[in-house]
Every structure is written in C-alpha cells, then in structure tokens.
Design a protein around this ligand. Sequence first.
Ligand code: GLU
Length: 478
Amino acid sequence: MTVRVRIAPSPTGNLHIGTARTAVFNWLFARHHGGQFILRIEDTDQERSRPEYTENIFQGLRWLGLNWDEGPFFQTKRLELYREAVQTLLDQGLAYRCYTTSEELDALRVAQKARSEAPRYDNRHRNLTPEQEAAYKAEGRTFVIRFRIEDDREIVWNDLVRGHMSWQGSDLGGDMVIARASAEGIGQPLYNFAVVVDDMDMQITHVIRGEDHIANTPKQILLYEAMKAKIPEFAHAPLILNIDGRKLSKRDGVTSIFDFKQMGFTPEALVNYMTLLGWSPPDSTQEIFTLEQAAKVFSFERVNKAGAKFDWAKLDWVNSQYIHGMSVDKLTDLLIPYWEEAGYEMTGGRDRPWLEQLVVLIQPSLTRLVDGVGISQLFFTETVEYSDEASTQLKQEGSATALKGIISAMDTTSQLSESILQDIIKQVVKEQNVKKGLLMRSLRAALTGEMHGPDLIQSWLLLNQIGLDKPRLTKAIG
Ligand code: GLU
C-alpha cells in the first residue's frame, strides 16, 4: 500500500500555524513511508474563500519547504463529483430531501433548549411521501439533502494518536446536511461530505489533521460506509496552545506564517520548531534537524495527545541555532532585505565583502534576522547618537586625551589591521599614561555611541574601511 495523505486548507484566511503544523506532520509521514503528499483547496464556501488566501497558502507551504506531490486540487472544480455522490445516496434511500424551514429549525432548537436538551435535528422529513414532498415544493420551500444517521449506531476507530475512539450515533445531532439546494437541484456540498468524496477519490490512506476535527470523524466514517469505501486511518494531532493554555489565535499576534517571516524567523527554524509541536524525536536531546532528518524517524507513536504549548523562547533558541550555523554568504543574502527595508544604503564602500565582514561580526549576537537591523545601524549612519552612558564616558577625565592620542597615532599609519590597531592602543596607553580600560570604553563610546556591542576592534576596522572612524573620534573629543 502506498501511503497517500493530504493537507486540505480552506482559503478563508492566510496559512496559519495550526494548518502549517498539520501540513508538517502530513509531509513527514508521507516522506517516511515514501508516499504521496497531496494539496487540496477546500473552497466550497464561496463567500469566505479568497484567491489571495489561496496564494498565501501556496507561498507559505513553499517557503516552509513543504512541497506537495499532487495538486493543488480545488473543490469548486469538482462539484459534479459531489452531485453524483449525493444522487447515489438519494437513489439508495440513504439520503433524503429535507424541506424544514429555518424558522421551524429555530423553533425546534428553542423547544430543545427549554427542555435542557442538546440541539439536534429531529429527522422529521426522513420518510416524506411523494405527496408531502410535492406539497412542500408547491409552497415554494427549498430543500437540503440530509444523510441518515441511526441513533443506535456505535462508531469506533483506532486513532493513531488518541487510540480507541468511540461515538454514539445519537450524539451526532440527527440526520446531517450533506448538500444545500440550488436552482438546478443539488447544490453546494457541505464540508463533511465533500471531504469524504475527495478522500475516497484521491485514495487517501491516512487522514492526519487537527484535534478540532475529531467530532467530524464519526460522521465521515458513516459516509465511507454508506459509499462502500475503505475507511482511511485517522490521526488527530494535538492543538497548539498559547502560554495560557488556550488555542493559539490571532490575539497571540500571529495570523499568517508570513508573520513569522516578518519577525525574522528562518523557514528552516520555524519548520523545525513546528515539528516539535506535539512530536518528539526518538533521541529527544536532538532538537535541531532538517525536515528530511525528521522524516526518517517520524511516527505517530511519538505524537502527544496533550495540547502543544507554543513557546516563543524555544522558537527563538531554535532560530538562533540556525542563524549561528548559517554560511556567511547565505546570512548576508537574508539580511540585505531587512537592511534595505530599514532604509540603509549599501554605498560608500559598503560592498559585498564589507557586508560579509559585518555579518561575521554580528552573527553570534543574532536571535532573529530582524535583530540584524538595530545592531548594524551604527555602520550605516554617518554619525551616532550617544547613549547616556556613552556621553558620561566621553566626559570622563582622560577620555579626550586618550582619543586624541589614538587620532595622532592613526595619522602615522596608512593601512589598518587588527594587529596595527592593537599596537596603536598599546602605544597610546603607554605614551598618554591612561588605563587601557578607560581607553577601550572611550573608544567604544566614540565609535558606536554605546557602551556594549560586538567586538570593538572588528567594529573599528569596519568603520575604518568606510572612513567613519576618524570623524567619529574627532567629534567625540570636540
Ligand atoms: N478544510 C478543513 C480545514 O481547513 C480540512 C479538514 C480536514 O483535514 O479534513 O480545517
């Protein structure tokens, strides 16, 4: 048997973290078994579906490296298939036309509520006679198609994550609507129905999706049975929770996967972290891996039932591991757009080799790519603003003398290098009789405007290459 799995997002919003994590599990499972990963766009809700969301879903999956083998298939292009399937169920008496009006349904709900009963359809149009149907039609009522659900049915499945699952037919809300009416007859199919027809047609072997779909599974199993199809395996992955233990939502500041890009996460780190949301590798000490490496050892045995807490600190840590381990060339490519967005100009000697030296300097300090903006600002502006601490430092006794010494020592040297700078420092300490600590702190304050930051000598060299060191030293003593 070839494993065939699918991700079936509805384009009613951007690709969000929950769907993306479900896609990760599907992808890992498919790759582990050498199977197929299929993309299906569930766009039957035409009012809420938007082409820009579909595009966002494609781009998001591609950005994360979750390439699919088949599709994208669009449900709106497959309406004929659903119509035929509905007709077959109607012909077999497993489904029927229900003419109950929304007012009647409302009244039913109110009465059930008054009796403290759970809302459910009371199957009142299950066995209409042709005369009754004709009378309703003559009244101008429209219909929906309902699928019969027997109250005394027990539906069981062995969930790959949650184990033995059992539902009672009576808990499924009565006969379920599988399609609406349209002017031409059978109209828009509903989610539970379309998904089963598609999963059958696409020969899906394993339905891997979020835990929020558990209650749909018994209904879907009944539909598989009715359509005499093989029932796939089901795996319901735990929800992703925020720090308060509630489902991660827009309120947590993330709607789309691209919000994470904006925040400076790399796709490799994000997808690595998502893999850990509910799954742990057999060697749980190994937390940094590629999708391919994870696929080799992925199984549902190591997927948790409990909700997975989204931990920003952990994601930051994973991201920093990727950034610190990245080639300078690649990191430079990734940082350039952030610098450009910040309005930094790559002129005045800031050529590629210089940018790469800057990257080498800041790389160990970065957690997110956006951190590369603030930390590099002093290299892209002519002058620097002094922090309060830096101004205090520059007013210290001996500070100006030390910096003057540095300027005159520089005047007698043409090309600067790390060792030459070290020599200059030694020479000034000796000649001016200043403490090295004071000199270094004053240098940092003058050159960077701050009292902390990346390696001072390397920063100085970079500033020197674009001719900014001397003007800054001069200004600091001025
Ligand atoms: N369209 C459904 C969703 O976006 C798919 C659910 C499923 O995988 O069956 O949640």
